[in-house]
Design a protein around this ligand. Structure first.
Ligand SMILES: NC(=O)c1ccc[n+]([C@@H]2O[C@H](COP(=O)([O-])OP(=O)(O)OC[C@H]3O[C@@H](n4cnc5c(N)ncnc54)[C@H](OP(=O)(O)O)[C@@H]3O)[C@@H](O)[C@H]2O)c1
Length: 268
């Protein structure tokens, strides 16, 4: 298959619920991730003090990171204020995403000017809920977005139906949120699939692919779809950041190995 990925493939780092107002944790976790080969780090004004902690953690190594953050507000003036703070914290924003499609039409005009003038590299859009994928498709079809961020794990595969094929058709980079699971019987629970760890013996067929642990199996499962550019697991522990990032290179899982991970995750 021809390699078509635009940003990755790479395991990046999420910051939701882990960086908060804790610059010390952010510095240790981000340091471990970057040292292990991660590039992209994802944040948002929605994540408490995560952006500010990330900015502190980036001191001295800003050039090593691709900062993907978000605008999250229905109000254009507030969106511009969020962006002004991000410019102060990060110098520039490589990937600016409209969080959960909030007022995406209203934000697009000013964000495109920022991109055209070279202060943003790529514009993106995100949504965590498959019920919003129709609108997500509408946004992508405008041709104005370069990245899309959606959930993908063996128990949440709705994006495979329309979003991933559309991203491939339009040359849009795909960032995967919640690769370790998110929805259990209709309720949200971060890392929900981690509870299904089948143990080392069941994972033996995955060893030739560099997979030693269950979280690595889930990350490799998502990143082995050639339409996926980046997976962004969040963690508060540096050693986990290291082992997560370690599966961000070939060989990729084939159909048989991906089917095994799906079965172990309890997917049909
Ligand atoms: N609408 C949106 O745009 C949207 C929505 C949701 C998420 N996101 C983005 O996607 C990122 C990822 O999603 P997420 O944070 O919800 O979920 P996730 O990354 O799938 O799961 C995070 C959980 O997994 C645990 N974990 C991570 N690595 C582990 C490992 N190797 N072993 C054991 N446990 C591990 C973490 O706990 P520990 O801290 O204890 O390691 C944390 O509780 C977010 O941080 C955010 O950047 C975006």
């Amino acid at each position: 298959m021809i390699e078509q990925r635009k940003l990755g493939p790479v395991v990046g780092l999420g910051t939701y619920g882990t960086f908060d107002d804790d610059a010390d944790t952010a510095t240790r976790v981000l340091g471990a991730a970057l040292d292990s080969g991660a590039t992209l780090v994802d944040s948002s004004p929605m994540y408490g003090g995560a952006e500010q902690s990330l900015a502190a953690a980036l001191a001295g190594r800003r050039d090593a990171a691709v900062v993907a953050t978000k605008i999250w507000t229905p109000d254009v003036d507030e969106g511009r204020a969020q962006y002004a703070r991000q410019q102060r914290w990060f110098g520039r924003v490589e990937i600016e995403q409209v969080h959960n499609l909030v007022a995406w039409r209203e934000h697009l005009a000013w964000l495109e000017r920022e991109r055209d003038e070279g202060r943003i590299d790529r514009l993106g859009v995100t949504h965590y809920d498959a019920n919003a994928f129709e609108e997500l498709e509408t946004a992508l079809r405008t041709g104005h977005f370069d990245t899309v961020q959606v959930p993908l794990n063996p128990r949440e595969r709705e994006c495979e139906r329309r979003i991933l094929p559309l991203a491939e058709e339009l040359g849009i980079a795909v960032i995967v949120m919640r690769p370790l699971g998110g929805k259990v019987r209709g309720a949200w629970l971060r890392g929900s699939l981690l509870r299904r760890d089948p143990g080392p013996r069941a994972l033996e067929p995955l060893r030739p692919f560099g997979v030693e642990t269950w979280p690595q199996a889930l990350l490799a499962w998502a990143l082995s779809d050639p339409r996926v550019d980046v997976v962004i697991p969040a963690t508060s522990r540096p050693e986990r950041a290291r082992t997560n990032v370690a599966v961000g290179s070939p060989p990729w899982l084939g159909d048989d190995e991906r089917a095994l991970v799906s079965r172990l995750a309890g997917a049909a």
